[in-house]
Design a protein around this ligand. Structure first.
Ligand code: C5P
Length: 402
């Protein structure tokens, strides 16, 4: 049991996602955690305290004063917990946390806490995207609150968009990761990783793509996670399953990949761009399937945005950026100039001339080039081992910025 002996306060605020808090409570208990539940008045409208007290095997606290007129000691609760998990965290609760308000028991417990606090936001699309909410989340992150991302999907309002709370199983994984990762070299770090190919539509049934399978990207995701990082994987269609606990943001086109990378990069400590992004896309994809008529067909292509170079322009002094280069001639020279042009800290060079390296194989042979022109050449290794060696070289760069 991964949470044996861990004391967790499960805070529940007023959102329809509160019905999932019962599952979260059960999952925490099944991993051996001791759970005390604190609910806001509006959470009680969505799920009964009785459900949570049966599941947590503890009385549920809902106000500053108990029904028997005794005082609910919020300070004691704040000191008792190893982690406060607020799931769902409504827009209202996040705003109160960011402003330091103390209008209910959950807010008082938050202010008294000496332990880490993790919040799983849940709200409607427009509320989530409102600048006030973004600001509140940024304030909380800057003060060390662990903010889980929301997922895109169907919302209770009937709208489709961002703001759905992460599923209970994912939240459990994040809690377990939080406790298991504390002493690893990338503990507390969030790393953005791009992987796989992109697909650039020609018409509704055809696209331009490449041979990338995403194997190297998945191996990197795993190596980063094993080193304690929280990994956000923005990936085109992958031919391998994404390991548990990795935040997977699926995309298809280079434009979508750029948009998602730009969204997540500011909140990350570093980024590794291993995706094989299409360099060109059809100018005007056809709405209908192109019919063959026996004549020649010309496709007009335009360049896609260079995601890595865009991140290189936006990179702050304490972020680390790693790119890949697949070269067929003058490899070292081309890779070094790419590193400088795209403002990278490290570039991983693959040569298609090496047997066993490149797309689809289980092995790879890479050379690392650093900003100070130092190079490190690895022999032919499995992609998993190559990924571990890349991450081993990445860790000192991240920690140099800490
Ligand atoms: O310039 P070149 O395509 O060789 O650079 C390869 C590196 O740039 C890889 O890290 C790849 O993920 C990234 N890249 C990108 N966006 C593009 C093209 C490449 O992020 N449009």
């Amino acid at each position: 049991m991964r949470l044996s002996g861990k004391r967790i306060i499960l805070g529940i605020s007023g959102s329809i996602a509160a019905y999932k808090s019962a599952s979260i409570c059960r999952l925490l208990i099944s991993e051996g955690a001791e759970v005390q539940v604190v609910m806001t008045e509006s959470a009680i409208q969505f799920i009964t305290p009785l459900t949570l007290s049966v599941l947590s095997k503890n009385p549920v606290a809902t106000g500053m004063v108990r029904p028997d007129q005794t005082w609910e000691n919020h300070i004691e609760k704040g000191l008792w917990a190893d982690l406060i998990l607020v799931a769902p965290a409504s827009a209202q609760t996040l705003s109160a946390f960011a402003e330091g308000r103390c209008e209910n028991l959950l807010q008082a417990v938050f202010l008294s806490a000496r332990c880490p606090v993790m919040v799983a936001p849940a709200m409607d699309h427009d509320m989530y995207l409102h600048p006030s909410t973004s600001h509140n989340l940024a304030v909380l992150k800057s003060r060390g609150t662990l903010v889980l991302d929301t997922v895109t999907g169907e919302l209770a309002s009937g709208l489709y968009g961002e703001g759905r709370m992460q599923e209970p199983e994912t939240i459990l994984e994040r809690v377990c990761l939080h406790f298991s990762n504390r002493n690893l070299p990338l503990s507390g770090k969030t790393i953005l990783l791009s992987a796989g190919p992109t697909r650039e539509p020609i018409d509704p049934v055809r696209f331009i793509s490449n041979h990338s399978t995403g194997k190297m990207g998945i191996a990197l995701a795993q190596a980063l996670q094993e080193s304690g990082a929280h990994v956000i994987l923005v990936a085109g269609p992958l031919q391998r399953p994404v390991p548990k606990g990795i935040e997977h943001v699926p995309v298809e086109t280079a434009a979508q990949m750029l948009m998602e990378c730009l969204r997540y990069f500011p909140g990350c400590d570093g980024a590794i761009m291993s995706a094989a992004v299409a360099d060109y896309r059809p100018v005007n994809p056809h709405d209908q399937k192109l019919k063959k008529n026996g004549a020649e067909l010309n496709l007009n292509l335009e360049p896609t945005a260079d995601i890595l170079a865009t991140l290189g322009q936006q990179k702050s002094a304490n972020q680390v950026l790693v790119g890949f280069a697949l070269e067929t001639e003058n490899e070292l020279e081309h890779a070094q100039s790419k590193l400088e042009r795209k403002n990278l800290d490290l570039i991983v060079l693959n040569s298609l001339r090496d047997v066993g390296a490149g797309f689809g194989t289980d092995t790879n042979k890479v050379t690392l080039l650093f900003r100070d022109k130092k190079t490190v050449e690895f022999p032919l290794l499995s992609k998993d081992e190559t990924a571990r060696r890349i991450v081993d070289s990445f860790i000192p760069l991240i920690n140099a910025n800490a």
